[in-house]
Design a protein around this ligand. Structure first.
Ligand SMILES: Nc1ncnc2c1ncn2[C@@H]1O[C@H](COP(=O)(O)OP(=O)(O)OP(=O)(O)O)[C@@H](O)[C@H]1O
Ligand SMILES: [Mg+2]
Length: 424
């Protein structure tokens, strides 16, 4: 029987580990651990190799995680099977793991791997009831640092589902934006170029920011909000700060970038002498094509005043869609009311009546009216001893006393804007 022996792996052995890892992959078995993982564990944790005739014919690598250690790689050259090398490697790993502290040594193997003899021979017990789940973490640590510098965030999951009502807008955004961005390969098969930049416009408080965040959450992408008013304070000046911000955004893997109140930096370029903001508008116009060249990012420019935007800014080729976001519909209003009603009132109040009465309200108007009603009920309870809490009447009275932010005139202009500027 050819002689073989096992020893600790050295730095020079890593190449052989790579070769063995690639071999198992070539045999059609997708390894559970990526090569980078295996090599990190080999250098920093536990690695042993089997040698025979001055060649490396097998290797096992493990990593410690508190009281448990994991075999992250185990492989033997085909020509050297059946000689006990596999179990020998595992036993050697076990000894080193025991010295390091952990009391359990575990292994995850690909489902396709049928022969587990080496593990059985080394005393491993197969746990049949186990299922393996994995999730790729989108935003990695290095990116987190950059994201923080940019004032960006990874938003919680589920914001998309939190956008109540607005079915028409949601459906549109889902199909035109989310689908091709989430499934670029599918989009490519149909010749659909995923969108890179969109404008969202609508009266104040209708949910433009909410939608931009929801898209980021839905796609599991980072979210960066650019505030022109804050960039203006930068010593590099607004144009310089904008350029710098975009250069850094280019380094993010996946990102939804929101420029809120974009009219502040992209208004009509006119006036003599030219307004100092013209340079900023020009800068933004230059930055967008470069932004569009990179995949896995979406620029959302939001504005309340689409009419005031420079016509060059909105031209075709720069923005894929110009999407109107209108006032919340009844379902959205109901969800927004629900946020501000105390639990007892949510049971007793005729919410449908309140929702109907607040037609034309923005979410902020609803919040204001709800506060007013709750406060009135509180005061009534203290003054008159009626502690029943806010009632339908309190809410209807508060709605009647609240002036809608979006006047009939603004609503009419918005309807015109949809005709003139909307592009979906
Ligand atoms: N469909 C919705 N469901 C639940 N809450 C909503 C919805 N739309 C908006 N809201 C809430 O209303 C408030 C205002 O929304 P948002 O800030 O997104 O509006 P906006 O269009 O960006 O406003 P502005 O034009 O002033 O920037 C937020 O608190 C948001 O959570
Ligand atoms: Mg906003």
């Amino acid at each position: 029987m050819p002689a073989w022996r096992i020893r600790d792996a050295h730095a020079e052995d890593l190449e052989a580990v790579v070769r063995l890892w690639e071999r198992s992959r070539a045999a059609g078995v997708e390894p559970v651990y990526a090569l980078a993982e295996v090599l990190t564990s080999a250098t920093e944790d536990i690695a042993v190799v089997a040698t025979a005739q001055d060649l490396i014919v097998g290797a096992a690598v493990a990593r410690r995680a508190h009281n448990q250690a994991w075999v992250v790689f185990h492989g033997v050259d085909d020509a050297w099977h059946g000689l006990g090398i596999g179990p020998g490697l595992l036993r050697a790993v076990e000894t080193r793991v025991a010295e390091a502290g952990p009391s359990t040594l575990s292994a995850l193997v690909p489902g396709e791997q049928t022969h587990l003899d080496a593990f059985r021979d080394a005393g491993f017990e197969e746990k049949k009831a186990v299922r393996y789940l994995e999730r790729r973490i989108r935003v990695q640590r290095e990116e987190m640092v950059l994201l923080e510098e940019l004032g960006g965030r990874v938003l919680p999951r589920g914001l998309w589902d939190g956008v109540a009502g607005m079915r028409h807008e949601k459906d549109l955004i889902e199909r035109r934006l989310v689908l091709p961005l989430a499934e670029p390969a599918l989009a490519d098969r149909f010749g659909v170029a995923p969108p890179r930049a969109v404008v969202m416009f609508g009266p104040p408080g209708t949910g433009k920011t909410t939608f931009a965040k929801a898209i980021a959450s839905r796609l599991d992408w980072s979210f960066v909000e650019v505030f022109p008013s804050r960039l203006a304070a930068d010593p590099a000046g607004l144009a310089g700060a904008l350029r710098d911000t975009f250069h850094r955004i280019a380094e993010l893997e996946h990102a939804v970038v929101l420029i809120d109140e974009v009219e502040e930096i992209a208004s009509h370029r006119r006036g003599d002498p030219p307004s100092p903001l013209q340079g900023v508008t020009n800068e933004l116009l230059k930055l967008i094509p470069a932004f569009r060249e990179r995949p896995d990012r979406l620029l959302v420019c939001a504005t309340n005043f689409i009419r005031s935007l420079d016509s060059a800014f909105l031209r075709h080729g720069r923005f894929d869609y110009v999407i109107p976001i209108g006032l919340p519909d009844a379902e959205a209003r109901a969800a927004i009311w629900a946020r501000f009603l105390p639990p007892a009132a949510a049971q007793s109040v005729d919410v449908d009546a309140v929702v109907a009465a607040s037609d034309g309200f923005t979410p902020a108007d609803i919040e204001f009216a709800a506060r007013r009603a709750n406060q009135a009920a509180l005061e009534a309870a203290v003054d008159g001893g009626d502690g029943a809490g806010p009632s339908t009447e309190h809410y209807l009275a508060a709605v009647a006393a609240t002036r809608a932010t979006v006047s009939a005139q603004v609503a009419g202009e918005f309807a015109e804007d949809i005709e003139t500027f909307g592009r979906v």
